[in-house]
Write a protein that binds this ligand. Structure first.
Ligand SMILES: [Zn+2]
Length: 108
């Protein structure tokens, strides 16, 4: 479902939104119509504003997420929710034993 950790994924989404907003705003200079120009400007501004909101949201999520040590690469990574992937080696991680794909007979 996701190749990177959720936080990384959201962060790249926010970054893409900033660039998208800049490109859309730049598009407003390519037209002579003040209406279309205004539309592009508004849309570009909206995208940049939205990315700011997303960045704040990441900050909030990061503060809430748990720091764990990845069992695969032994680096510290942030975990969001019950299932996430390691930021470094993309190892899938879970805190819920029933969701683990490799659960042996050591279930309590
Ligand atoms: Zn790892």
């Amino acid at each position: 479902m996701f190749k990177k950790g959720k936080i990384n994924l959201i962060r790249s989404f926010a970054l893409g939104l900033v660039f998208g907003g800049i490109i859309v705003t730049y598009g407003s200079f390519l037209t002579n119509s003040p209406l279309i120009s205004g539309l592009f400007m508004g849309l570009g501004l909206l995208m940049v504003l939205l990315s700011t909101v997303v960045y704040f949201w990441i900050g909030f999520l990061s503060a809430k997420s748990a720091y764990i040590t990845c069992p695969n690469c032994e680096k510290p990574t942030k975990m969001l929710g019950k299932v996430d992937a390691c930021m470094h080696c993309k190892q899938k991680l879970t805190v819920d034993r029933s969701l683990a794909t490799d659960n042996h007979s050591d279930q309590a």
